[in-house]
Structure formats: C-alpha cells, structure tokens
Design a protein around this ligand. Structure first.
Ligand SMILES: *Cc1c(COP(=O)(O)O)cnc(C)c1O
Length: 389
C-alpha cells in the first residue's frame, strides 16, 4: 500500500533544467538569480520590494527586527498556526500572546482581536506588532485588521506562508495594501518551492533596506550607507547592524523563478482537487472548508472539522484509521500555546474557546497539485468508509 502524503512538491523538467544551468554557471550564491526571483515575486504581488531569504522563519525574524520588535514589546498572532509565526517574536526578546480564531475561517477573529485590544489599551499593554496568518491559503480580513492598527497603533506582518497565489478583494496576497510586510514560505509542501526558502515583501523602502542588511550579516557595500567615511583606508564593506546569514542561494532562486511561472496553474489544480472533495463529502457529518467571499484561497491545505456529536469514533481514532489506510492525514495545527516550550514560559494566556474546539475536530486531507485522480478517489473511498462504520 503506497502512502499518500498530505502535501508534496511539483517539480517538472523545466525546474530541473533551470537548477542545472545554475550549477554550470559562475555563481551558486549571490549571483543574478536571487534578484531575478525577487523581481518576479514583487511583480506577481504588485509590491515594491522583495527580499529573498533561506526560510519563511528567517523572513519573519528579520521582519520583526526591522519593525523594531525587542525586549518589553508584545506581539500577537493566531494560536492555530505553525510555531514559527510566534517564535519570531521570542527571537527578538519580545513576549507573544494570541488572539482566538474565527469559527468559520479559522483565521484570527476580528471580533476577538478588537475585544482584546480594548482591554490591552486599558491596561497599557497594546501589541507593537500583530501577525495574522492566512491559514490554508485563505487571506485574513486584512481591511478590518488594518483599520484596527490605525486605531490602536500596531504594525502588521502578514504570515502568508500558505497563501502565495491567493487573492484578497480581487488583489494578490502580498501587495501589502493593508500591512507593513508580508512573508511567504517556499518549503516543499507549500504552493511553490525552492527546497527551503522564504521571502519578505514590503512597500516601505526603509524596511526593505533594513531587511536586506539583516539577511546578510548586517553588512553593506553601499558607500552611502557607510558610517565610517574612508579617506586613506580601504573600506569596501562595513558591518552596521548585527545581522545573520539568511541568504537564499542562486540554485534555490532558479527553482523559484521556474516555479512561479506555473503558480496560477498550480493554484487552479488545487481548487479542482478541493472541489472534488467538496462534492464527495457533502453528505458526511463534517464541516467543509468555508470560503470567505472576500478571498480566493491558494488552497495550501484542505481542513475538515468532524461533527463529533454525530460520530461514534473519536478524532484520534479517525486520524489513526486514515493513516493505517495509507492516507497520511495531518493536524494543522496544535494550538501554539499548548506546546511544552510555550507552557514553560512565564506567561498566562487567555482561554481560547474556538482554538480548543478546532484542535479537537480538525483533520487535514492530502492536497497537492500532483495528486492523481486515482489517488484522490482512493482517499475519498477510505474517508467515506470511516463514516459508514
Ligand atoms: C511553513 C510555515 C512557516 C515557516 O516556513 P519555513 O519556510 O519552513 O521557515 C511559517 N508560518 C507558517 C504559517 C507556515 O505554515
């Protein structure tokens, strides 16, 4: 029995040829491919600046730093996300708190965000940055979050690790119309891949300049950025910040550049797969993925919720049964505040009712562009069988 993963990459001969061409070229890193890939992403998203890095985790880190997140600051994100959405703030010495999710979209709830802001304002504990996460590829209600940011004075980083190729109000996710910075991931399970890789995009030149510095040791070779004005000494570069080596290689950028050409096609294929699931499961005691009218999802993930009160088997039993039948379902995600590391921190979190319910009912079914029709029909069969019992 072959196992069907929940996600995987889609690599064609063109992708391979582009990477091989870089291997035969003069530069494996710091060559021409990284700026070309950055331009392609910026053009696709309709945003001014794009900074390629070695992961979305790195992008989130330098995004927080460029917005001045540091010790004593508060950063809020969604509890239903990958841990990287929260860890970035801890790297900067800040404190992380969470906002409960919307019961329909599972994205950060606008109502809960507003309630929490009102309380935080009273207590003098407003967040410096809020990081909404576009879960499964569906954009958060960014217009509302942006309006709250103006009222309460916080900055916004969109964690769009799931959402390249998606749209919000008919415009590409990543145009930063309602945020300061947007971050993408190119991990192989995501919509397009560079092996490992990420990108931060912004319309602000100062944030772009700062993130460029931070991704490469805080070093600049630009004479206008230099602090020491050389007269008789050689100063071909200067370190002006404490940065990192978060650079993307040219091998990765070549793969990304080749992949982004197919981005719309890959997202369309994901929609076809989601539609077949929707049509096959409409009579089952589960909640299908809700699509907000303002967003066009990139469908990174297909998450269903079990209507537990109508099902004899438990959440865990169903998860294990599916896996035992080679359908490698997953859970996106365990609430971050439940992770042992987060519990070990000296922070007292609210109760997150919707996140807890979600955690007890959600299951991610396989969804990726190369999923064959036969494999999908097998998944449908295995899944339906569970409810016939
Ligand atoms: C995958 C993911 C990340 C981290 O991406 P990497 O490129 O693997 O560092 C961050 N946030 C979310 C929501 C993700 O799904």
């Amino acid at each position: 029995m072959t196992e069907i993963p929940y996600g995987r990459q889609d690599i064609n001969q063109d992708d391979i040829d582009q990477v091989v061409a870089v291997l035969r070229s003069d530069f494996l890193t710091q060559g021409p491919m990284v700026p070309r890939f950055e331009n392609a992403v910026a053009t696709y998203c309709g945003v001014n600046y794009a900074i390629a890095v070695n992961s979305a985790t790195s992008a989130l880190h330098i995004a927080c730093l460029s917005l001045g997140v540091g010790k004593g600051d508060l950063v809020w994100t969604s509890p239903i996300s990958f841990v990287a959405s929260a860890n970035c703030a801890l790297y900067c010495g800040a404190t992380v708190d969470f906002v409960d999710i919307d019961p329909l979209t599972y994205n950060m709830s606008i109502g809960e965000l507003e309630k929490k802001l009102v309380v935080a304002k009273k207590n003098g504990k407003l967040p410096k940055v809020v990081i909404p996460v576009h879960l499964c590829g569906q954009s958060c209600e960014m217009k509302d979050i942006h309006a709250l940011s103006l009222k309460y004075g916080f900055r916004i980083i969109e964690d769009a690790s799931h959402a390249i190729g998606g749209k919000y109000l008919s415009e590409p996710v990543g145009n930063c119309r309602y945020s300061d910075i947007t971050v993408f991931s190119f991990h192989p399970v995501k919509i397009i891949t560079t092996g490992e890789g990420g990108m931060a995009v912004t319309n602000y030149p100062d944030l772009a300049r700062q993130m460029r510095l931070l991704r490469s040791h805080g070093i600049s070779a630009d004479p206008s950025a230099m602090h020491i004005r050389p007269e008789n000494e050689i100063w071909n570069y200067q370190q002006i910040e404490l940065g990192f080596n978060y650079r993307m290689t040219d091998l990765q950028a070549a793969l990304g550049l080749s992949q982004i050409k197919r981005l719309d096609e890959l997202v369309m294929r994901r929609h076809e797969i989601a539609t077949l699931y929707n049509n096959s499961f409409s009579d089952l005691p589960i909640v299908l993925p809700h699509q907000h009218l303002d967003s066009y999802s990139s469908y990174h993930l297909y998450v269903v919720r079990l209507k537990s009160e109508m099902i004899k088997l438990t959440h865990k039993m169903i998860y294990e049964l599916l896996r035992a039948n080679g359908v490698m379902v997953n859970l996106h995600y365990i609430p971050i505040y439940r992770q042992p590391y987060y519990r070990s921190l000296d922070v007292c979190y609210d109760e997150f009712r919707e996140a807890e319910l979600y955690f007890s009912e959600a299951i991610t079914l396989p969804l990726y562009s190369t999923l064959s029709r036969d494999a999908q029909l097998r998944i449908v069969d295995v899944f339906r069988n569970i409810f016939d019992k």
